[in-house]
Design a protein around this ligand. Structure first.
Ligand SMILES: [Zn+2]
Length: 426
């Protein structure tokens, strides 16, 4: 779907719906705007239920100074106007009060986007605007002055966050990615210090998308078409479960010996269609499509593990708390998690680019899920369903273990109990 071809009213309704559904704002909080080429500013209304916004509710501040629409524009419109005046490259603004980002704003700390390279790629560095009364001219000046320094993402002291971009989808992706960083760091806090990536490690990621040679797919079997639909279904489900964001997360599935399907690079995970999925054959990609940056890693795993038919890489905040602190995710404490996950090895950051064989070697019958430091959770399976189940179990297990830390000491099952489990479940 070409989001940029939608009318600003439709764009604002869609994105506000996503923000509300993902718990990034309440019914009364948050506001969004899009600046039209002719200078008209389309903006969400004040005091209208954000969970049930309709196109007719959107307000327009016309370039000639008049206002059009059936409501009052958001009371925070002055800061939107101030940002557009100071940064002519910005055409869309998102403001929200997500609980995780509000937590950072009242602790007066900035979430670190260097915890995974993709987050830094989407958000860049984060600016910080000092407190001023909501809706005031002073708040507008504080925020616009921070954007004028070149930031695209600005945390508002004791308030929330503002993100911006050349279009509304980009501004939204910056909000959800920064929120992911904040949630991951909150979850990781009880485990110990969070590791962050160096400039060199981030630069390595930026260089990691070499173009593959292409081929024209002559025909598509029914088996391949069924797999395309399963991949799209699971990506949308992972997105709805917040195991992926709109810019992060990859699913692939083996078609036959030598061929697999993989999700594309740079397409919104919540709107993935079967034609977006890329067929890979002998190291070549289906013509006209750009496969995920993780294609080489998936290729190596399929070559070395004939029993693996699906691979999912995702950034779910609970499991990622372990991947950004380097702490062991011990599934043995929860018997039914141990049966599904067995041991969850942690492999060093950088192997995904330099030596994917090292990650492939960590995958065994007794370790079908692997954490890659400051990068991803990687789940494999004999089917799309099994890989997805393992990803979900890994994140749920991590969530339970992290929650335990705040209510009392974690009591593991005994070694004899573990041996009994292994004997019963192979
Ligand atoms: Zn606000």
């Amino acid at each position: 779907m070409r989001f940029d071809l939608l009318h600003p009213r439709e764009q604002l309704v869609q994105i506000m719906g996503r923000i509300y559904r993902y718990g990034l704002t309440t019914t009364s909080g948050g506001n969004l705007s899009v600046l039209d080429e002719n200078g008209d500013l389309w903006i969400t209304p004040s005091a209208v239920d954000k969970g049930a916004l309709q196109q007719r509710d959107i307000m327009c501040l016309l370039a000639d100074g008049r206002t059009s629409g059936v409501h009052t524009p958001s009371s925070e419109y002055p800061f939107h106007q101030s940002i557009y005046r100071r940064r002519t490259d910005i055409r869309a603004i998102v403001h929200a009060h997500s609980p995780a980002l509000v937590s950072f704003s009242i602790a007066r700390k900035i979430p670190d986007t260097r915890i995974i390279p993709q987050a830094h790629h989407v958000c860049g560095p984060v600016g910080y605007a000092p407190y001023a009364l909501p809706g005031s001219q002073q708040l507008g000046e504080n925020i616009a002055a921070t954007f004028a320094q070149g930031f695209d993402v600005v945390l508002l002291e004791n308030h929330g966050v503002v993100t911006a971009g050349p279009d509304l989808l980009t501004a939204f992706q910056r909000l959800e990615t920064l929120d992911f960083c904040a949630r991951t760091q909150i979850q990781a806090h009880s485990l110990g210090p969070v590791h962050t990536l160096s400039d060199g490690q981030i630069a390595r990621f930026e260089r990691s998308a070499p173009a593959l040679p292409s081929f024209q797919a002559a025909s598509h079997s029914s088996h391949e078409r069924a797999l395309r639909a399963q991949i799209c279904h699971m990506v949308r489900r992972a997105y709805d479960q917040r195991l992926m964001t709109s810019t992060e997360g990859t699913v692939s599935a083996r078609v036959d010996e030598g061929r697999f399907l993989i999700t594309p690079y740079g397409i919104d995970r919540s709107h993935l269609e079967v034609e977006d999925i890329v067929l890979i054959e002998g190291g070549r990609a289906e013509a006209g499509k750009q496969p995920s940056r993780a294609t080489r890693l998936h290729h190596v795993i399929y070559d070395q593990h004939p029993g693996v038919h699906c691979i999912i890489t995702a950034q779910s905040p609970n499991a990622m708390a372990y991947a950004v602190t380097g702490k062991a995710l011990d599934s043995k404490t929860i018997p039914e998690s141990y049966v599904v996950l067995r041991n969850v090895p942690l492999v060093p950051h950088g192997l995904q680019y330099e030596a994917p064989e090292g990650i492939s070697a960590a995958i065994t019958k007794n370790s079908p899920v692997v954490l890659i430091e400051n990068d991803t959770v990687l789940a494999t399976g004999a089917s799309v369903h099994q890989a997805f189940d393992r990803l979900e179990v890994a994140d749920f297990t991590a969530f339970s273990l992290l929650s335990t830390l705040s209510i009392g000491p974690l009591v593991p099952i005994g070694e004899d109990d573990v041996r009994e489990l292994e004997a019963k479940f192979g």
